[in-house]
Design a protein around this ligand. Sequence first.
Ligand SMILES: [Zn+2]
Length: 194
Amino acid sequence: MIAMFAAGCLQAAGSEKLTIVFDFQGPHSSRSISEMQQEVAGILKDSGLTLKWRALERTDGATDAGDNENLVVVRFNGRCILEPNPVLYDERGPLAFTHTSDGAVLPFSEVACDQVTASMRSAMFGGDYAQGEQLLGRALGRVVAHELVHILTNSHDHGREGVAKSALSGSQLITPRLPLSSSDLERLRAEHHR
Ligand SMILES: [Zn+2]
């Protein structure tokens, strides 16, 4: 499974562009997806990277990398929607993880949508449900940005604050603003401009 993404391995820094290929395995909302893209762009706005997004094309069964295109694949497992009457779900467990091989971080992350929705629900109150799709997109964006920091810095390290912390609470997933801390931004830029 991992081998098919080998072609998309991040090349040495130098390229300014990063394409995020997304793949939803279950139900999802286009409103949440566009919100997620905005959130990731906002978090990484000072990183020097230009982000592009595209859905995984299943026609040829492979992810084709264009010339000099840095690809990251993000797979969203489970149900990426806020259901009106959710099945109670154990909210413990990782929100997402990124594959590794021999200690190297691979450009392939998986997001556990059921964990993300369960976690954010724990912090949602009445009025929040009216903007549920937007909040879900925000939460997904933060989770994706967190994994991108691992990939872009080829590191398992976590920040002490901000979106790269080792754990994000439900309220940190949906609070209006959760930026990258300045030390994490520096880490990212140092890697990127090396
Ligand atoms: Zn992490």
